[in-house]
Design a protein around this ligand. Structure first.
Ligand code: SAM
Length: 953
């Protein structure tokens, strides 16, 4: 029978809803009355009774309305109650027989009702699907939405492949005429069924943005959820949803709050306003108490994932967990542990409760949940929260050992990292870990499991950490060397900016082989690194480092052989010449090698991501090589400054920052300086140039082997290789090496230029390990931006520091205000101890880390403007409340045609530093022309010791 129902036509030509079924002529009046009656009934019993005695008068529309009404009245056991009624069998039969006569509206209504009732009927569902396929072109947007929703809800995918494809096509065609609820349902359904296609979702987003209705929160939240589930990030749509959600926050229910924030976190959308508004709402209204365990764990997970430690939320849910943890399933337990660990809110009570719930049932955890849980316990082991000592680890190992063959690559690397870190924290191996390590190593060496790049780095580090360096070495040589570096692996807001794992495993392998004095291994890695680079400058820089390794070991023959390789491959630079001269040879004395070393023959066809990641630093090296004079440190500094001032922002402590360091060196006259973060070797060579006059030496720690390579080349260019040691490795790993190399009380001055939120821990470790002389001076950079709140609190509140906070501007970006701190450290009360915890600092610390990540991804220069300034203002205000404010500022003036001069100026008590309103010195200052005025403004320590100030100032 030809249908007169065309969704589009109907909407244009007719009034009221489209018909439910194909009827010829006008419906009987009784049928219309029955519609009304069916719609007026309030219980399943009444409805079934009416169906029972009125069914002989029903037309197909009545049948449809009856099932629709029944679905609206459904309760938990709704379907069962209907089925028990004597009229049910006949009604079910009628319903099924009506399907061929139904119009799209009727088909979608029945499907929708059936899905709401969760009624999996072997006859009805196939019939509905078959007729929907036949009539699909006549489906309107609402019909598409309902039909898709029903299929998704009933989890029908394979049995309706054709229908899903047709629905997708119709949705794309018709969504622009749909209501928001339809669009939201369509998106939800396709996402739920795992069928989210980019094109369809793009069209849905455009359609949703065009809708001008006031929307109920659950529709907004469902749409956000669907886009997140389908991994479709549409920035304009999310900006609009955020705006609508904030406006309607008061009407959000618990499910919608949870879905909305979960969606943002899943797509790594760090909308601080949304997270702040919904935290405030959820906590203040007490809505959190109504959350289900699933919603609760999703919510804390979301805050942790985007890096927002909202203290009230974490406190509220800590209470929730303590009250409701018995209702948590394994995923909820694992997610909560993960969230509290990553948010740096390792609430002891939370972990105690989670441990109680998890112990004895670990065998029910999925492997990823189990690993996530153990990972969280390691991360959360700070202060008195000693959860890395939990027997949970032993219990987990017993479960894992027999399953080792089924572990995937991510689990293997996570387990290595977790158990090595737990052993480090406990000071002894975790019982059973050795056996697990051995069996996992077999999997890796047999290549049954292939690690991704980050996994390889974690595993190599872990093996080294537990004292199995040779196993780490074997793993590298057998599975990763000679260009077999694996893909990056994990993605996400944090991960996408993360450096390649190669950076970490080269670092670890080089650090240990240098520490052992194993030249063969060092040279092996330098050659491998050289062969990974496309850039000639970087290839040369690595081979120069190999020459330096031989020279350090006193292996003249080896050094000359390497120089011959460099000559043969024509990779020599001014640094190579300098090394040749240091060996007492001339360039013409070096005969090119007969054959090229097999390792360095390899060259990639293009730069890798790893290499691209270092484009700025490689550019600095090239500029130094092109413009500086070997042996002239000033010319090297001028070249680096020129890049930072005229080309790209460089994270070096030049300009006003250099003025502070120069003055500290003048005041303390240190013999040994320890720097955290060498980068391209700018500050370490500046400092070395000054302290070499009194026989001083700089040791600079650098975790990035590429930066370390570039720095060693720049240091050689500056003629300062005898005065600066670049200690490869992450400071956590290399501090013990520094101690064993130089001994206790050997460090007079420390310059911290690493991650600001770690300064306080690093400083405490230096004190605990007795590395500092008496008194030592500690200088820290980037304290305000991206920010080091715990550090400011440590040096501001503990009695063994005498501190100045110095207000100044970022080098090469005068509009960015920053703080440096200068503290004299003495063995007095508080030394090596902990500060009083300040809850407010946690959120500031997390925010600082988010800015740091963004600065890594772009540059500090791009991070000017509102968000960062607001953060800095909040930061400053918080510290003024706590009694910490700037005491000195740096004043800079133009000097001559192309130079600048900076000096320190002490602020009077309560005086605020002046705002920057002049020209940015980068506009007129040439590299090498920024001078510091030294002396004249004493630091607080000197004022106190000269009696010009008292401790109360
Ligand atoms: C801001 S830059 C250092 C700039 C340098 N101090 C200067 O002023 O010329 C930071 C450097 O520290 C390194 N780094 C960060 N955290 C580290 C850590 N914990 N241990 C060793 N190096 C670290 C980074 O790889 C980066 O090269």
């Amino acid at each position: 029978m030809a249908s007169f129902y065309k969704a589009g036509l109907w909407q244009v030509g007719k009034k009221g809803p489209p018909p439910i079924f194909q009827s010829i002529g006008i419906r009987q009046a009784r049928c219309s009355e029955l519609d009304q009656e069916l719609r007026s009934l309030k219980t399943v019993q009444e409805l079934m009774d009416l169906i029972g005695h009125g069914m002989q008068h029903f037309d197909a529309a009545n049948v449809v309305i009856a099932i629709a009404e029944l679905s609206k009245l459904q309760r938990e056991d709704g379907l069962e109650e209907m089925r028990r009624h004597r009229a049910w069998p006949e009604f079910a039969d009628r319903l099924q027989r009506s399907v061929p006569r139904l119009e799209p509206r009727g088909l979608s209504m029945v499907a929708y009702a059936v899905a709401r009732l969760r009624w999996q009927d072997d006859l009805l569902l196939p019939a509905l699907i078959e007729h929907a396929v036949l009539r699909i072109e006549d489906f309107g947007c609402t019909d598409v939405a309902k039909m898709a929703w029903s299929l998704a809800k009933l989890d029908i995918k394979d049995a309706a492949r054709e229908l899903w494809a047709l629905l997708s096509k119709e949705a794309a065609k018709k969504c622009s005429e749909g209501r928001f609820i339809d669009i939201s349902m369509i998106a939800w359904s396709f996402a739920k069924a795992g069928l989210a296609e980019r094109v369809l979702f793009g069209q849905l987003a455009t359609a949703a943005l065009a809708v001008k209705e006031d929307l109920p929160p659950h529709t907004i939240a469902n749409l956000a959820w669907a886009f997140a589930k389908g991994k479709c990030f549409n920035p304009p749509l999310f900006a609009a949803l955020a705006k609508m959600s904030i406006a309607a926050v008061a009407e959000f229910d618990r499910q919608s709050v949870s879905n909305l924030l979960w969606a943002h976190a899943t797509l790594d959308i760090v909308n601080e306003e949304v997270f702040a508004v919904f935290s405030d709402f959820t906590v203040k209204t007490g809505l959190w108490r109504q959350f289900s365990p699933q919603m609760a764990s999703n919510l804390v997970w979301a805050y942790a994932k985007v890096g927002i430690t909202d203290v009230p939320i974490f406190d509220a849910f800590a209470e929730y967990i303590n009250e409701r943890a018995d209702d948590f399933d394994t995923q909820n337990i694992s997610n909560c542990a993960w969230a509290y660990a990553i948010a740096e809110r390792p609430d002891k009570a939370v972990f105690d409760t989670l441990t109680r719930c998890a112990l004895g049932r670990l065998d029910r955890f999925r492997l990823d949940e189990l690993c996530g849980m153990m990972w969280a316990y390691v991360r959360a082991s700070v202060g008195d929260n000693k959860v890395a000592w939990s027997v949970l680890f032993e219990e987990a190992i017993v479960i894992l050992v027999p399953k080792v063959d089924s572990l995937d690559s991510q689990t293997v690397s996570n387990l290595y990292w977790i158990l090595a870190t737990a052993a480090h924290l406990r000071g002894q191996p975790v019982p059973g870990a050795r056996e697990l390590f051995d069996s996992m190593l077999v999997l890796l060496l047999d290549m049954k499991v292939r690690l991704d790049s980050e996994g390889a780095a974690m595993t190599i580090w872990a093996l080294w950490r537990v004292g199995r360096f040779l196993d780490a070495w074997t793993l590298y040589v057998r599975t990763l060397s000679d260009g077999r570096h694996p893909e990056h692996g994990k993605k996400g807001f944090v991960k996408s900016h993360a450096v390649d794992g190669r950076q970490k495993y080269y670092q670890c392998l080089l650090m240990e082989s240098e520490h052992r004095g194993d030249t063969a291994k060092q040279v092996y890695i330098w050659k491998q690194m050289a062969a990974d680079f496309y850039s000639r400058a970087l290839r040369s820089a690595c081979l120069n480092c190999a020459v330096m390794a031989y020279m350090k070991a006193g292996d003249r023959e080896g050094a000359i052989e390497m120089l011959r390789q460099i000559a043969r491959t024509r990779l020599g630079t001014a640094v190579t010449e300098s090394l040749t001269r240091r060996l007492g040879l001339r360039e013409e004395d070096i005969e090119p090698a007969d054959i090229v070393d097999i390792t360095i023959r390899r060259r990639p066809q293009q730069p890798s991501r790893f290499e691209d990641f270092h484009y700025k630093e490689a550019g600095v090296l090239e500029t130094v090589l092109a413009t500086a004079t070997p042996g002239d440190a000033h010319s090297v500094h001028a070249a680096i400054e020129a890049v930072g001032l005229k080309e790209v922002w460089l994270k070096v402590a030049g300009g006003e920052k250099a003025c502070v360091i120069d003055n500290v060196i003048h005041a303390r006259r240190p013999k040994r300086i320890l720097e955290y973060g060498t980068y391209v070797g700018y500050t370490c060579t500046r400092m070395a140039l000054q302290i070499k006059q009194w026989g001083g030496h700089v040791t600079s720690m650098e975790m990035d082997p590429v930066n370390a390579t570039i720095a060693r080349n720049n240091i050689e260019m500056a003629g300062l290789s005898d005065y600066v040691t670049v200690q490869l490795g992450h400071s956590d790993d290399s501090i013990p090496i520094v101690l064993s190399n130089y001994g206790e009380r050997s460090i007079d001055m420390v310059f911290m230029d690493q991650r600001g939120t770690k300064f306080h821990e690093d400083q405490k470790l230096l004190e605990k390990m007795n590395l500092l002389s008496e008194p030592a001076v500690l200088v820290a950079d980037n304290v305000l931006k991206p920010g080091a709140p715990y550090h400011v609190w440590r040096i501001g509140s503990m009695p063994h520091y005498t501190t100045d906070i110095i207000d100044l501007r970022e080098f090469g970006s005068a509009q960015v205000e920053d703080w440096m701190t200068v503290s004299w450290v003495r063995r007095q009360e508080g030394y090596a101890g902990d500060f009083q915890p300040q809850r407010e600092l946690v959120a500031l610390g997390r925010e600082a880390d988010r800015f740091r990540l963004r600065a890594m991804a772009t540059s500090m220069r791009d991070l000017v403007g509102d968000p960062l300034d607001e953060f800095a203002a909040r930061f400053t205000a918080e510290f003024v409340k706590l009694g910490c404010a700037s005491t000195i500022f740096v004043q800079t003036a133009k000097e001559g045609q192309c130079g600048s001069i900076s000096r320190l100026v002490r602020l009077r008590p309560g005086e605020v530093p002046p705002q920057w309103d002049g020209d940015d010195p980068k506009e007129f200052t040439q590299g090498g022309c920024w001078r510091s005025v030294i002396g004249g403004t004493p630091f607080l320590e000197q004022l106190l010791s000269e009696g010009r100030m008292t401790n109360g100032h």
